[in-house]
Design a protein. Structure first.
Length: 377
């Protein structure tokens, strides 16, 4: 029914919206509650899975090497034989440094520096023979046939230039035994025997000829011309502190790199170790049977000794556990935790090396958070 207000507008009365009954309200609340419950469950499961996976912490196992290295300064000893120059003279030729020669192989050619009286005797002998030949020839030919006459009617002698005369032949110096040739002489040859010269570790090397021997160099009579080095074996000796000495004394075989050939590693065998008079000093000697370029030139050298090396698959130490009486790790395989036995070959503070699993395996770094067969992804 319409009614008028004071402004003259009519208001038409309607029926309005029916109010919900109590039952309908209850049903609506139940539906909303169920929907909210489902959402909460889904979110809770997702959050729980995310938190669980974050607790599990998977890591990729990589291949790794762990080396224990001792660096130091030591002395090389070798079987060496020196050959001295029998006379003073100049080097005409020589084999190359580091070249191997056979027994009785020619090593150095030397032009003797003859004493003055020998040169005079040689020249006088040549003069006598020339005069004798000249007198014979003079009787065979006439003055008109080419003999040059001086102002007194005597024939002129035409001797060769003395500088071009061959007044003596060179001397060859030979190798008394086979081996590697070296011209770097330090004065310890044949006095420092191979092995372990620990008393010399405090002695400096006073080189007699550190730069080697060059062509046209002058050698004095009795001076060492070269040395022959046995390349079948040589030795390296160095000093260690007590802690390193105890760590290395049980390692019979090591690998060494030397400062004169840092790109090459050689295997070496422990042949001697002694403790010095002072308790904190150890002396150690290794035997090497491989020739390195330049090894015959040096006496004191720096070296890195790799005395212990481990190779395996790297995992965190906490990943390794004992499970049903076996040592191993949990791996993630198709989203499930699977226990895999391993053998620990090295355990350090921050990493361990194991055998028994493949590189690139997904390892559970927090195994306390999972169980065998549990879904972790």
């Amino acid at each position: 029914m319409a009614r008028s207000n004071k402004e003259g507008f009519k208001v038409i009365s309607g029926e309005g919206k029916d109010k919900l009954s109590a039952r309908e309200k209850l049903l609506s609340l139940i539906v909303l509650g169920v929907f909210a419950f489902i959402l909460i469950q889904l979110a809770s499961h997702w959050i729980s899975s995310w938190l669980h996976i974050s607790r599990v912490q998977l890591e990729v196992a990589e291949e790794a090497n762990i080396d224990f290295v001792e660096s130091g300064h030591g002395i090389i000893t070798r079987h060496e034989k020196v050959v001295s120059s029998p006379r003073s003279g100049y080097v005409l030729g020589k084999v190359s440094e580091g070249e191997r020669v056979p027994v009785k192989g020619e090593v150095v050619k030397l032009l003797p520096d003859y004493p003055k009286h020998e040169l005079e005797e040689e020249a006088e002998e040549i003069q006598t023979w020339w005069q004798y030949l000249y007198d014979i020839i003079k009787g065979w030919i006439s003055d008109e046939e080419g003999t040059e006459i001086d102002e007194n009617g005597n024939g002129k002698e035409e001797l060769d230039d003395t500088d071009e005369m061959d007044i003596g032949e060179y001397i060859s110096l030979y190798a008394p035994r086979s081996g590697i040739i070296s011209y770097h002489i330090d004065g310890w040859e044949e006095t420092v025997f191979p092995g372990h010269p620990y008393e010399l570790l405090d002695e400096p090397v006073n080189w007699e000829r550190e730069e080697g021997l060059r062509q046209k160099d002058y050698l004095r009579e009795g001076e060492v011309a070269f040395k022959i080095v046995d390349n079948s074996e040589w030795f390296y000796t160095m000093e260690l502190d007590a802690e390193k000495g105890r760590a290395m004394r049980d390692q019979e075989n090591v690998e060494i790199t030397f400062s004169f050939s840092p790109e090459l590693e050689v295997e070496a065998e422990l042949v001697d170790m002694e403790q010095g008079e002072e308790e904190n000093r150890f002396f150690i000697t290794y035997r090497i049977t491989r020739q390195l370029p330049g090894f015959s030139r040096y006496r004191w050298v720096d070296a890195d000794i790799y005395y212990k090396s481990y190779r395996g698959v790297e995992v965190t130490p906490d990943a390794v556990i004992e499970h049903e009486g076996e040592e191993g790790v949990f791996l993630e395989e198709r989203g499930v935790a699977v226990f895999s036995p391993v053998k620990v070959i090295y355990e350090g503070e921050n990493s361990s090396l194991v055998e028994g699993i493949a590189p690139q395996s997904m390892v559970v770094s927090r195994p306390e958070a999972v169980e065998e067969g549990q879904k972790i992804r």
